[in-house]
Design a protein around this ligand. Structure first.
Ligand SMILES: C[S@@+](CC[C@H](N)C(=O)[O-])C[C@H]1O[C@@H](n2cnc3c(N)ncnc32)[C@H](O)[C@@H]1O
Length: 228
């Protein structure tokens, strides 16, 4: 089974309204970006970052503002999202530090290894485990030994006793911030893996020391390393 074309979920119209639509979740994104900045600050003032599934550029913009000498390679397959990302990067005057690749990671020309990579709210769209494994392995292959990889995904154990409550709270949060509240896509169009399954997947894909660093209801963020 292959992934549904992201440009269908993230078409021109959705891309144009994306930042506005998710503005109510800004506090969660800000917390994620604060952790990203703190954890990746160990890379030092000069670093090369790979941002996979950068969307409209949320993590790119946060990191570029905090680290004025870092260089970024931005990978995004949905043309509408990439267009907004470029516009946001221009508004923040960071385009000279960015290489934009519209497409999937496997079509990115070979480069020097990156110091770190981010994959924020992307990999859960790869519901097929093999495909998701290849996605993370491709990231691992492009990061230098000892480099860091941060991935944030929707994830939870669907068989746990708390699953129903967690989804109920997830719906309440979406209603509170004025977002669509559908849940029938969970576990179908969006993969939900337990903590153990996620850890195994990351290790199988070539990472070591996957560490769960953040959770906000269904959102979970891991930091892993590429073996030194
Ligand atoms: C929910 S958005 C998150 C965007 C951004 N990272 C953020 O946190 O705001 C997911 C993005 O991942 C992209 N995407 C989906 N599948 C992908 C894949 N296989 N490789 C790279 N990007 C993908 C989508 O086009 C979309 O822009």
């Amino acid at each position: 089974m292959t992934q549904a074309d992201p440009s269908k979920f993230f078409d021109q119209e959705k891309a144009a309204g994306y930042d506005q639509r998710w503005a109510g979740m800004a506090a969660i994104n800000d917390a994620q970006h604060l952790l990203l900045k703190g954890i990746l600050s160990t890379l030092g003032p000069q670093a090369r970052l790979l941002c996979v599934g950068a969307g409209t550029g949320a993590e790119l913009l946060a990191l570029a503002a905090a680290f004025p000498n870092w260089q970024f390679t931005v990978v995004e397959p949905a043309p509408g999202m990439m267009q907004v990302c470029r516009r946001n990067a221009e508004a923040q005057a960071i385009t000279q530090r960015c290489t934009f690749h519209e497409g999937y990671l496997d079509s990115l020309p070979q480069t020097e290894p990156f110091d770190a990579a981010t994959s924020m709210l992307v990999s859960h769209f790869l519901v097929d485990r093999e495909q998701r494994n290849r996605y993370f392995a491709e990231i691992a292959r492009r990061v230098r030994p000892g480099g860091l990889v941060v991935n944030s995904d929707l994830a939870t154990d669907m068989t746990s006793a708390q699953y129903e409550q967690l989804v109920r709270h997830w719906v309440s949060l979406h209603q509170w911030v004025g977002l669509e509240t559908k849940t029938d896509h969970l576990g179908r169009e969006v993969a939900l893996l337990s903590e153990d399954e996620m850890k195994s997947l990351l290790i199988e894909s070539g990472f070591v020391s996957p560490t769960l660093t953040f959770q906000a209801l269904l959102i979970r963020t891991w930091v892993s390393e590429v073996p030194a």
